[in-house]
Design a protein around this ligand. Structure first.
Ligand SMILES: Cc1ncc(COP(=O)(O)O)c(C=O)c1O
Length: 386
């Protein structure tokens, strides 16, 4: 049995790419966002699957993430969306990546570095249309355009923005869309080849008016709902399931406490099963005494504190002699995220229990969780166990 296993279904990734593309006009490109190791799913296999299903480009945040994709043999257009420090610029330029810029200083340094290496690098100018996180103020975009046009090492290819509320406040998203549209109107006229992108998964699924020339989708690629509801409601298929197994079973007397600080006491005589996965694997301690796991197609509640390496579930007293209850035994498989017979636990369900979002559930899975890949292409060289 594998102690902590994330199984990633690449067919689901491809299906989700097709669902996203079905929302887009024929000229609109899909940029697959595979930062944070593909939201915990594994950037390289997901990138390959997304490109195979029709994504036109990839996006990451860091130079290291871009380098890992290039080292894995990915030659597709690749946008670095985050800040790149001066001392990383030469390496980043050598990767043949595209850059996001929001300051004149960065454009000049990037241009000089690229020109020194005999290259011209594609640049996407980032406009802050209201999220107030990153980007140039709309009124300062013309100045930045002038700087970009004077730098021989820089080729302006796109302008972009990012929505703060596409998942939960479409009205403010529309305000940002309007701010961006107004800011880019003169750019469109002066630079007809430059393209524009703004939408994340939520905006892509919610409103075609946000699509412009390309969309940047992350969470939906993985079959997770940007709206924190049931992914199936958007036609998405969750790609990741997380499993472990029953490693031990103990009898517990009524009134006895279990795990650190004895935060759960058995209300009656029962048995607890030990599942050897914990917050050291990225399975949150906040899930202590919250939520269920699936064993033999049935839900069993998590009891006691989630430890670094293990937690317990209440599997009930010995089954009655008539066999009314299925008997849980060592080493039954345990599903923490995913399906088992007719039951299902989603990343959204876990997120809701601890007041976070599905993004954090999958991104938090640590390197101790073994990833394995299933789906049609795996036998053709896309498998990447590790
Ligand atoms: C700039 C930018 N664009 C696109 C995305 C993709 O967003 P989502 O995963 O909600 O589709 C992100 C992710 O946070 C982002 O930071």
């Amino acid at each position: 049995m594998i102690r902590a296993l994330a199984t990633v279904d690449l067919d689901a990734v491809r299906s989700n790419v097709r669902v996203l593309r079905s929302h887009l006009g024929p000229e609109v490109r899909l940029i697959a966002v595979v930062k944070a190791d593909g939201y915990g799913h594994g950037a390289l296999p997901v990138a390959r699957a997304a490109l195979a299903a029709g994504a036109a480009m990839l996006a990451v945040t860091t130079v290291e993430e871009a380098a890992a994709l290039r080292a894995g043999g990915i030659g597709a257009p690749l946008l670095i969306m985050g800040p790149v420090a001066d001392d990383q610029l030469a390496d980043a330029v050598a990767l043949g990546a595209e850059f996001t810029a929001w300051s004149a200083r960065f454009l000049r340094t990037l241009g000089r570095t690229a020109a020194e290496g005999g290259r011209t690098v594609p640049v996407h100018l980032k406009v802050d249309s209201g999220m107030r996180r990153l980007g140039v103020a709309p009124g300062e975009l013309p100045t930045l355009l002038d700087v970009a046009s004077l730098e021989p090492g820089v080729e302006l290819v796109a302008a972009m923005t990012h929505f703060a509320t596409a998942d939960d406040d479409p009205e403010f998203m529309a305000v940002q869309r309007a701010v961006f549209a107004e800011a880019i109107a003169p750019v469109r006229r002066a630079h007809p080849k430059v393209w524009f992108h703004a939408a994340n998964s939520a905006a892509t699924l919610r409103d075609p008016a946000t699509h412009f020339d390309a969309v940047r989708c992350g969470i939906a690629l993985y079959g997770l709902s940007p709206f924190q509801g049931d992914p199936a409601a958007c036609g998405l298929r969750p790609a990741l399931s997380l499993s472990s197994y029953v490693a031990a079973i103990q009898d517990v007397a009524g009134g006895e406490g279990v795990s650190y600080s004895l935060t759960w006491r058995a209300p009656r005589r029962t048995r607890v099963a030990l599942v050897p996965i914990g917050y050291g694997d990225g399975f949150f301690r906040a899930l202590s005494n919250r939520g269920d796991v699936l064993i033999r197609g049935r839900r069993y509640p998590r009891v006691g504190t989630v430890c670094m390496d293990q937690f317990l579930v209440d599997i009930g007293p010995e089954p009655r002699a008539d066999g009314a209850e299925p008997r849980v035994t060592v080493p039954d498989p345990v599903v923490l995220i995913g399906r088992d017979a007719d039951e299902r636990i989603t990343a959204e369900e876990l997120a809701k229990l601890i007041d976070t979002i599905n993004y954090e559930i999958t991104c938090s899975l640590t390197s101790r969780v073994r990833r394995t890949y299933v789906g049609d292409d795996v036998g053709k060289g896309t498998a990447d166990d590790g």
